[in-house]
Design a protein around this ligand. Structure first.
Ligand SMILES: Nc1ncnc2c1ncn2[C@@H]1O[C@H](COP(=O)(O)OP(=O)(O)O)[C@@H](O)[C@H]1O
Ligand SMILES: [Mg+2]
Length: 464
């Protein structure tokens, strides 16, 4: 089942709550009004009955009982509303019954014996009748006074009618207003939905219109725009990466192809074939190294790079890397020194990728340092971190290149480094490895004077 649109649901709830509140209000107003009419009338009737009681008492006290009927008539004629009175004795004989009462045919006894009840007389006249039993001088009397309620009940009915008409009207107009307001308030959501629907990989640069309302919807569109910005940047990085990768792969393939084609153009000596094959092999080695790096980064990006985090002694890993590095340095006649503290430094890490990280740095240091230069590797503990440093006296990196050396495919000096065999992926792999170990990597360099790379890795808690 499809859920109703928010604005319909809002309006529905609004309508329901308002209906309950208004009905409760109408009902209680009606009941209260009726109650207060009865109270006022009953008080009046009671006062009248009391007056009659006093009259009877006076009369009996004077021993003037025969004239009671006459006294009552006079009394009722003098008083407003007194025309609605009847008094009877214990045997049910009328002592006094006003003409109106007999016209209405109000019976002698209407329960309860004391208090007020409603009574509809023959002539459809609604009456309120007060009954009171009194005993005077050994005789008991039943006093009944009445009130014509037609005006009051008419007013009450009017009021009820007003409620019956105005409450539904109010409800309908309030619901319509509520629907209009929620439609207006939610209109930007539709707009956001429409724009968002039209955004795809081809137009990732489009943004949602931000309503400057300072409310949730403004925040929503700003948040979505922020997300689009990040997506766009990530998407650009990926397309750039793909383009760079295919470019880097094309070059060696083209080189190998030309070499092979040239070699095949005419018959050659074994020596010449050897030379070509050796050249092709060298290119192939570079290419498979490149493919291996690309695959590493692809796995890193997809989160599929499986690292095995175990307690690892950084010193030991760095020594292994130095062992390989010193061979490289020797081949290039670069002096190689290592200062690695003997005490173990334990971190939670993946030994083989850490070795890879250190090798990348040492390889760069040797590669970008001319013969008779110097490479120095050191490791020390600092403030809960193991700090490894690879320092060289090589060509250095220009200030403008420094912020970019960790980017993929970034090479400070394109021509020279290509010649040296790098494509610019080493340091980006190095940075990824450092970051998955929750560490940081930094570089300082001065062109012509050399560079220094520092890797800070957090020591395992127990060892820190
Ligand atoms: N020790 C260093 N001395 C001078 N330049 C360096 C050094 N390390 C890295 N670079 C510069 O940073 C760039 C990126 O390094 P890296 O990612 O390892 O790529 P590459 O494959 O070219 O070695 C290199 O091309 C080089 O210009
Ligand atoms: Mg490198």
């Amino acid at each position: 089942m499809m859920a109703l649109p928010i604005r319909l649901r809002l309006t529905g709830w609004y309508f329901a709550v308002l209906a309950v509140v208004l009905s409760a209000f109408g009902l209680s107003a009606y009941v209260e009004m009726r109650h207060s009419i009865h109270r006022t009338v009953d008080e009046e009737l009671h006062t009248r009955a009391e007056g009659v009681r006093q009259l009877i008492e006076r009369n009996v006290a004077r021993g003037d009982e025969d004239n009671l009927q006459e006294g009552l008539r006079e009394h009722t004629e003098l008083r407003m509303g007194g025309a609605l009175l009847q008094v009877s004795d214990e045997q049910g004989n009328w002592i006094y019954r006003s003409p109106v009462m007999s016209d209405y045919g109000v019976p002698r006894m209407i329960p309860p014996p004391r208090g007020a009840v409603d009574f509809v007389a023959d002539a459809k006249m609604p009456l309120r009748i007060w009954t009171q039993k009194i005993s005077v001088g050994g005789e008991s009397y039943l006093i009944q006074s009445a009130f014509e309620m037609d005006d009051f009940y008419e007013a009450l009915n009017h009021f009820a009618l007003l409620l019956w008409i105005s409450i539904p009207l109010l409800l309908v107009s309030a619901a319509a207003g509520g629907y209009w307001i929620s439609t207006r308030a939610l209109a930007p959501v539709d707009q956001i939905t429409q724009t968002a629907r039209s955004i795809s990989a081809q137009n990732l640069s489009s943004r949602l219109v931000v309503p400057h309302t300072g409310d949730e919807l403004q925040r929503l569109s700003e948040t979505l725009n922020g997300m689009l910005e990040r997506l766009e940047a990530a998407f650009k990085r990926i397309t750039q990466f793909t383009a760079d990768a295919s470019h880097e792969l094309r070059t060696p393939v083209a080189v190998m192809r030309t070499r092979a084609e040239l070699a095949l153009r005419k018959a050659r000596s074994t020596e010449e074939y050897r030379e070509v094959i050796a050249e092709v092999l060298a290119e192939l080695e570079k290419t498979s190294a490149l493919i291996e790096q690309l695959m590493f980064l692809a796995r890193a990006d997809s989160g599929g790079q499986s690292l095995n985090f175990t307690p690892t002694n950084v010193g030991e890993v760095l020594r292994e890397a130095c062992h390989q590095g010193s061979a490289l340095a020797e081949a290039k006649q670069v002096a190689f020194q290592e200062h690695i503290a003997g005490e173990p430094m334990w971190i939670k890490g993946d030994a083989s990728s850490l070795r890879r990280l250190f090798l990348i740095l040492i390889d760069n240091a040797v590669k970008y340092t001319p013969a008779s230069g110097q490479v120095e590797v050191s490791l020390h503990r600092n403030d809960g971190f193991a700090v490894a440093e690879v320092r060289d006296t090589g060509i250095g990196i220009a200030q403008t290149d420094l912020p970019n050396v960790f980017e993929r495919f970034y090479r400070a000096d394109k021509a020279r480094t290509r010649e040296l065999g790098g494509v610019g992926l080493g340091l980006s792999i190095g940075r990824w490895i450092t970051e998955v170990h929750l560490g940081t990597i930094e570089v300082q360099s001065a062109p012509g004077r050399g560079s220094s790379f520092q890797v800070r890795l957090p020591l395992a808690k127990a060892a820190a």
